[in-house]
Design a protein around this ligand. Sequence first.
Ligand SMILES: NC(=O)c1ccc[n+]([C@@H]2O[C@H](COP(=O)([O-])OP(=O)(O)OC[C@H]3O[C@@H](n4cnc5c(N)ncnc54)[C@H](OP(=O)(O)O)[C@@H]3O)[C@@H](O)[C@H]2O)c1
Length: 238
Amino acid sequence: MSTAPSWESLQGTALVVGQGGIGTALVEALRQRQPQLELLWLGRRSTPRLDLTCDTDLDQLGEVLRGKPPLRLVLNTAGWLHDGQRGPEKRLSRVERAGLEQAFSINAYGAILLARAVESALGHGQSAWFASLSARVGSIGDNRLGGWYGYRAAKAAQNQLLRTLAVEWQRRLPSVCVTLLHPGTTATALSEPFRRGVPPEKLFSAERAAGHLLDVLATQGSDDSGRFLAWDGSTIPW
Ligand SMILES: NC(=O)c1ccc[n+]([C@@H]2O[C@H](COP(=O)([O-])OP(=O)(O)OC[C@H]3O[C@@H](n4cnc5c(N)ncnc54)[C@H](OP(=O)(O)O)[C@@H]3O)[C@@H](O)[C@H]2O)c1
């Protein structure tokens, strides 16, 4: 890994998308570690609102960023695994079009459309980071357990979309590092119904997960763009 020299003293705007467990903890960690950054924290309950499935919200984000200091860091923590109506499919008979569309619209399309919305704000020539939360279960090479069709496939699609973005930005925005991050199993609403078998030492608090993710990002420079990394900095197979 190459060291990113300007990480600790990063000046400008940091955008955190998603107001769930890990998003909230990342905002808190950034406030403490990098208070010089101007934080913009957006989600479905913020003003202005940012629902990643809404093109109007994404268009508005471009306007919001035009009035801010240079965008240096984007952390996308929005994700969907279950809600009151649907959850991950354990077997083929549970796979439905609507569930697949829901999983893809947030976990895959959301990340790349966010990148499109912020692209012009990243064209300042200074080093910058665009990181999005993926999941180890999105690894095709690591898929031995099966199940969770929509979520797995949507995270794998996100990985491919952002890897493709990294290739394009290496040419067009070479000072931007694109990174996909797996936070480890973390005690948030997203994992709540599914973590009974997880040993306590393998279940992170959101605060601990946020600390790991910022530590990993701090080691990433633009030459590292396009990687899929776990919370401990190890590379996850695509
Ligand atoms: N927790 C884990 O064990 C774990 C493991 C691997 C990967 N991850 C990934 O880590 C990320 C963060 O998850 P988390 O654990 O913090 O879960 P969380 O607490 O459920 O937070 C997810 C957030 O995503 C937001 N969101 C959903 N749809 C959105 C949309 N259309 N536009 C904007 N925001 C939207 C939710 O908004 P509302 O607050 O409005 O509902 C929620 O705040 C996700 O990508 C998840 O897949 C988590």
